[in-house]
Design a protein. Structure first.
Lengths: 524, 326
């Protein structure tokens, strides 16, 4: 056999092998979607690869949970009605006394796997979600500080007498914690909980197909079957790509629009925009567990070097000015009177007091930020870097792709990478401790790594307050001014969540943490 | 028997090339900064745990020991598991170090097998588009050396080669997909999603084909056998399509082989812009996440494809011109 024959016979064999496998639909099926189609949602952030809702604090994955999981209550947190609570899996929540809370549950609800929803699921969720080893540990305290009693299948009583804090703290948490199936929780690590989502929400998790999370309408949803066929939630890393997808109709909803993109999309008659003051503040986190920012004077000096009005100019419509460590739509917000303001003289005074006059003698400071997820981080990062350098801080800005930044984000023993990190924190509940305790209590200290007994005591004091009013007073007169004085982080502004969506997307409700309710959504 | 000797020799040479590429990539990955164990274990993991995991995985052994172990797996078809990607193939971010509930990792070969067909499809369609664009222009230019068609081929090639592919991709997506609604642009849900990125790639590689064809056709048209063909009374079409083009095909074939191999490994930007789930997008994510086994696997598969394509190209060349001997 010569090479020509070998090639000829090889080609013929290949063609004969391939012919029966050709699917004509591959070439001729319409690329455009059919009449009944799923909602396509493009996300700016990747997921974690572990479906256990307590295993992460990743926003995109929480957004997916918002479609699939059920919550005891939901908090729309609109500025005009910040305290509004919508009962979902719960039908009522009543304070029996300072340490006892009674939750009545909805009957006739079932999980997507067919198991009926009962009080056992709420008990399992609260007890599992509060375990200290859960990355998204839910406060007010670990599992051994409270007891969940289930007198019958549809009543839950929470007893916090062991922990000594008020049971009312669970009121706000009710809209934050997705309710897991007790059966899934019982299977433990490596069980079903990590492999897929199983909730009581309007959409059922089908599969993860590469970067697409595929969900379909759950006909048995207790508020009625959704009108759309499902939701496809996809990670698309590039902001321009996401915008083009929305403009050509391939995507129905995209998130985290940049201000420039807003200008472009406003001119497009097929697109509408949703703007929401969010529960997310953007922070400049100081690594408090290592030099130089283990010295509060230097943290404060850096805070006084930053003119936040300049940052607001950069952010445009994507940010709202605020002067607190929590968003204006969270419980306890007020403009902290001693919140660090731009004051170069005070900055220099503090630098000198700390032994670094004019910044002389300070070590090289690395400022880590990301690009591609939060709007304008690189741009305002450059502004902050320039302002700090102007006061003598030898700062280098390190702009990273989201995955690399994510890897460097958290505190580690001995201090995490870099010295300052940009990150937002968003939790879908009015509960301020989901931010404050998470980041500033020495048992958690997610990013800044601060260990300060005074802050711990102030956090415990507000948590243990006997009423909501007493708690608010404790927050506003003790904890929040203390944080503004010790500056473990500087909250730069409150994010305005801007979503772009096709004109024909109706009745999509977006919560201030970015989660969506598409149970009544229609497409065209 | 000749064919068997040819294949044995070329495959042996190819194996050496793949081995050298593997060794180079393996070494380079381990000397650049960035600890993959940190990504695996999560941002909050203490250094002691990082060291423990790295030691358990053999990542603190000398590079040659790690390489020997890795190649031992490769020859048995085991390219290892991704450091960060779960079995469903999703691009993932950080997680907490002490979380015992993390999912199973994806096998590198599975990830490549899921994405490579999309990239091959993209590369093949890009080649088809490139030939449709370049052959008429290149042949016309070659048949009229020094005249307007030749100059036109040169100018067009210059314009095409000067267009940055990321810019062209965005502009064409805006024009053809957003404004005219002709083709979908982002992601992949069917064959139609390949058209636009393939067209952008075709514009990128067409100039090389145009120049190659116009030069080789012009050269062939100056040969004695073409003059004789005219004397034999053959028509111009017969001379061009049966003699000139066939003789110009061998250098073109070699060029196409190289271009196709480059497309398989060089579609990073286009796949990123169009969110096309092929090898390019997989490579970008793997590099950004320091996913060593995945980067190595992609490098080995791409190198092997390069070798095999060139063997096929040489076989095709000898089929066209039996005088060639490799």
């Amino acid at each position: 056999m010569d090479r020509r024959k070998f090639l000829r016979y090889g080609a013929m064999a290949g063609a004969a092998f391939a012919a029966p496998r050709i699917n004509p639909d591959f070439f001729f099926t319409a690329a455009r979607a059919a009449d009944v189609r799923p909602l396509t949602f493009l996300s700016a952030e990747n997921i974690t690869g572990n479906w256990d809702p307590t295993s992460h604090t990743t926003l995109s994955q929480s957004n997916i949970e918002g479609f699939v999981m059920g919550f005891l209550t939901r908090a729309p947190m609109r500025p005009e009605t910040p305290d509004e609570v919508i009962y979902e899996l719960a039908t009522s929540i009543r304070e029996i006394d300072a340490h006892h809370l009674e939750i009545k549950l909805r009957e006739g609800v079932s999980f997507h796997d067919g198991k009926p929803f009962t009080a056992a699921d709420v008990k399992a969720t609260f007890e599992y979600g509060a375990q200290l080893d859960r990355p998204k540990q839910v406060y007010p305290g670990p599992t051994d500080t409270f007891e969940v009693i289930t007198p019958d299948d549809y009543t839950v009583i929470i007893d916090t007498s062991k922990g000594g804090y008020g049971a009312s703290l669970f009121i706000f948490l009710a809209s934050y914690l997705p309710i897991l199936s007790a059966k899934d929780v019982a299977e433990g690590s490596k069980g079903a909980l990590t492999q897929r989502l199983n909730g009581t929400g309007p959409f059922k998790f089908v599969e993860q197909r590469g970067n697409d999370t595929v969900m379909e309408a759950f006909p048995g949803y207790f508020k009625g079957a959704p009108k759309i066929a499902g939701v496809t939630f996809s990670f698309v890393g590039d902001a321009t790509t996401r915008m083009l997808s929305l403009m050509n109709g391939q995507a129905d909803v995209i998130e985290r629009l940049e201000p420039e993109q807003v200008e472009t999309l406003e001119k497009d008659a097929n697109i509408k925009l949703s703007r929401l003051v969010s529960v997310e503040n953007k922070y400049l986190w100081f690594r408090c567990s290592k030099p130089p920012f283990n010295d509060p004077r230097l943290r404060k000096a850096a805070a006084h070097a930053i003119d936040r009005d300049m940052i607001m100019e950069v952010m445009g419509s994507a940010g709202q000015a605020s002067s607190n460590y929590v968003s204006p739509i969270k419980f306890g917000y007020f403009d902290i009177p001693n919140y660090p303001k731009y004051d170069p003289e005070e900055c220099q005074r503090l630098l000198a007091e700390a032994g670094f006059p004019g910044g002389q003698g300070l070590p090289e400071i690395e400022y880590i930020t990301s690009t591609g997820f939060y709007p304008k981080t690189k741009e305002y990062g450059e502004v902050i870097t320039a302002m700090l350098q102007e006061q003598g801080f030898p700062v280098t800005l390190n702009v990273m792709e989201v995955a690399a930044w994510n890897e460097r984000l958290y505190d580690r023993p001995g201090g995490g990478p870099g010295h300052m990190v940009d990150c937002g924190w968003s939790t879908g509940s009015p509960e301020p401790d989901l931010v404050l305790r998470t980041h500033f209590h020495s048992t958690s200290k997610r990013i800044c790594g601060i260990e300060d007994p005074e802050i711990d005591a102030a956090l415990d004091a507000e948590r243990n307050a006997e009423s909501l009013e007493a708690r608010k007073q404790s927050l506003q007169t003790n904890l929040m001014p203390m944080l503004a004085d010790k500056v473990p982080a500087l909250s730069l502004f409150t994010s305005v969540l801007i979503h772009g969506m096709r004109k024909d997307v109706e009745e999509l409700f977006i919560y201030p943490d970015g989660l969506s309710d598409a149970s009544k959504t229609t497409l065209g | 028997m000749f064919i068997l000797r040819f294949l044995a020799r070329r495959l042996f040479q190819g194996a050496i090339i793949v081995f050298l590429v593997s060794a180079l990539i393996f070494t380079l990955l381990r000397v650049v900064p960035g600890d993959p164990v940190r990504l695996m274990a999560g941002g909050m993991a203490p250094e002691a745990l990082i060291d423990q995991i790295a030691t358990e995985m053999g990542l603190r052994d000398p590079i040659y020991v790690q390489f020997g172990r890795y190649m031992g797996g490769v020859v048995h078809g085991d390219f290892g598991e991704s450091f960060v990607r779960p079995a469903n193939g999703a691009a993932v971010g950080g997680a907490s170090f002490n979380d015992s509930t993390r999912s199973e990792r994806a096998k590198v070969l599975d990830l490549i097998a899921q994405t490579a067909p999309k990239t091959i499809q993209l590369a093949l369609l890009a080649m088809v588009f490139a030939l449709i664009i370049a052959v008429p222009i290149g042949v016309w230019g070659g048949l009229n050396p020094g005249k307007l068609p030749d100059r036109l081929a040169l100018y067009l090639s210059s314009v095409f080669v000067s267009l940055p592919n990321f810019w062209l991709g965005i502009v064409l997506a805006l024009l053809l997909s957003v404004k005219l609604n002709l083709v979908p642009a982002i992601g992949y849900k069917g064959f139609a999603y390949t058209i636009l990125p393939a067209f952008v790639l075709a514009i990128e590689i067409a100039p090389f084909i145009i120049r190659n064809l116009s030069v080789s056709v012009a050269g062939v048209m100056g040969q004695t056998f073409i003059d004789i063909a005219r004397v034999r009374g053959l028509t111009r079409n017969q001379i061009v399509f049966r003699h000139a083009m066939k003789n110009s095909a061998v250098p073109l074939l070699n060029l196409l082989g190289v271009q196709f191999s480059m497309l398989l490994g060089g579609v990073l930007v286009i796949e990123f812009i169009f969110d096309y789930p092929g090898l390019g997008l997989l490579t970008i994510n793997a590099v950004m996440q320091r996913d060593f086994p995945l980067i190595q696997g992609i490098a080995i598969v791409t190198a092997a494809a390069f070798v095999l394509i060139n063997i096929v190209v040489d076989l095709c060349a000898t089929a066209i011109d039996p005088r060639l001997d490799y």
